[in-house]
Ligand binder design. Structure first.
Ligand code: FAD
Length: 444
């Protein structure tokens, strides 16, 4: 009799579990997955990732160094620094353990020069050591960083300020602005000088001005790659109520009274499942497409469509003509006669002997083709970056407001949804999903 009662009640208990769908397995989705399952061990959580592995933008690739040894390189995000990445580091420590965090460091040095010219317009010291750089230029560069740090500290007072308006307010001569300031700002985000002008000043300086300028600032690179770390975090979740579906492309999400129907394609089949809580952890324009099938999401979709993205071609190669030999620097920017950015190259060689002769560039198709023809191309891919313009930041406020008023069991996260795209902001957005989930659980 007892077993019959249990059998009868089982479906009820199964149903009573909150069914959560997370769409997207980049850092934001994985952060949401970890934090929600820690909070509610009983919830049945399914994460959908269209690619075969977790990681999203964080794509670690295995390539051969000049000695023929296989080594890991991040094609997407690759660096973090001591400040502004605290949540990221804390999250990794909590999930896979402090001992797993093995990183190498490099000084944040810079060389800007016109294509094919040997003379660098500016070179900052490497690891604090001067190498005949022009003192006047160095002082100006220090001043630029101080101004950026000041803006970062006073961000609240300057919302709505474009990079163009901020640069106009700086007390530098026009040549310095064109030759140094714009190429440096553009390449810190991988955009053209034209596009960086429209971006939100307070949001862009967050990428490099989070600490007081020092000559020996260091950036850190994960030895096994940021992408590998995300895959490890996914594997560290041992909760039997969690399912991670890779190679599962979510096609649409429909509202069904108070629940959602999520349809995904996996192994050539289309499957629809019902969920009580949905977390979208994909780019804004992807979320807009997934939600477009249901009119209930119309205004949210319309706002999502307003967020602009740009394409960035990343090439990993061993063509050393992209870096300066006499004044080696981590970041090497090539500009044309009009001071537009032609390419921007990270000299990975400076990080560690394992990365000897390996460079990572944002470059145009023409240059990529030249590198390929010389047999020096090791890996190439294209990423889509959000353009954090002033309108982007304004529309983000509108989006958050629309979602708050839409339903308590729905949220949209992602590095971009915090107004700054880093691995750290992606982790934070996952924590934000937990706060929304907690509110939902308190109401139900
Ligand atoms: C070239 C480049 C360099 C960068 N450098 C740095 C850096 O040095 N340091 C740093 O901290 N940050 C850096 N960033 C930013 C950082 O990569 C992002 O902020 C972060 O990875 C965003 O994570 P996310 O989870 O929000 O998005 P994503 O990583 O884009 O994850 C979204 C996921 O959703 C999946 N998906 C999309 N559509 C669907 C669908 N229909 N169904 C199922 N799954 C779907 C995607 O495959 C992807 O895995 C860089 C970004 C780029 C592109």
């Amino acid at each position: 009799m007892k077993s019959i009662t249990l059998l009868f009640l089982a479906p009820f208990f199964l149903f009573a579990q909150t069914r959560i769908a997370i769409v997207g397995g980049g850092m934001a989705g994985v952060s949401a997955l970890y934090h929600l399952q820690e909070y509610d061990k009983e919830a049945k959580i399914t994460l959908f990732e269209k690619e075969a592995v977790l990681g999203g933008n964080a794509t670690t690739v295995a390539i051969k160094n000049t000695k023929g040894e296989i080594c890991t390189v991040d094609a997407g995000p690759q660096y973090f620094a001591d400040q502004a990445w605290e949540d990221y580091l804390d999250f990794i420590e909590k999930t896979i353990g402090k001992e797993e965090i093995k990183y190498e460091s490099v000084g944040g040095s810079l060389v800007i020069r016109q294509v094919y010219e040997e003379n660098a317009i500016i070179a900052t010291p490497l690891n604090g050591k001067m190498r005949g750089e022009k003192l006047g230029n160095l002082l100006k560069f220090k001043k630029l960083n101080e101004e950026a740090h000041r803006l970062y500290k006073e961000a609240d007072k300057h919302s709505g300020l474009t990079i163009e308006a901020w640069v106009a307010s700086l007390n530098f001569d026009e040549d310095y602005k064109q030759q140094i300031v714009y190429p440096f700002l553009g390449s810190s985000l991988g955009v053209s000088v034209h596009d960086i002008r429209k971006m939100s000043a307070v949001d862009i300086v967050k990428l490099f001005a989070f600490r007081k300028p020092k000559m020996s600032d260091k950036f850190h690179i994960m030895q096994e790659g940021m992408g590998t770390i995300i895959q490890k975090i996914g594997a560290s979740v041992k909760n039997p109520n969690v399912t991670i579906h890779t190679s599962a492309l979510v096609h649409d999400v429909l509202l069904k009274e108070n629940t959602y129907l999520v349809t995904y394609h996996k192994n050539g089949k289309s499957v629809t499942e019902e969920f009580d809580f949905v977390i979208m952890a994909v780019h804004a324009n992807t979320a807009a497409k997934i939600l477009a099938s249901d009119l209930a999401f119309k205004s949210i979709s319309n706002t999502l469509k307003t967020f602009p993205y740009f394409e960035a071609k990343i090439v990993i190669h061993n063509d050393d003509s992209f870096v300066h030999h006499k004044k080696p620097a981590f970041l090497n920017i090539f500009t044309d006669k009009e001071h537009n950015i032609v390419s921007s190259t990270m000299n990975l060689d400076l990080i560690s002997p394992r990365l000897k002769g390996i460079y990572k560039s944002w470059m145009n198709t023409e240059d990529a083709e030249k590198v390929r023809k010389q047999n020096k191309l090791l890996y190439e891919t294209v990423f889509y970056h959000p353009m954090i313009t002033v309108e982007f930041v304004e529309n983000l406020k509108i989006l958050h407001h629309q979602i708050d008023n839409f339903a308590p069991n729905f949220c949209i996260i992602g590095g971009w949804s915090e107004g700054l795209e880093t691995q750290n902001s992606a982790v934070l957005s996952g924590k934000r999903a937990l706060e929304i989930y907690k509110r939902f659980k308190q109401q139900h």
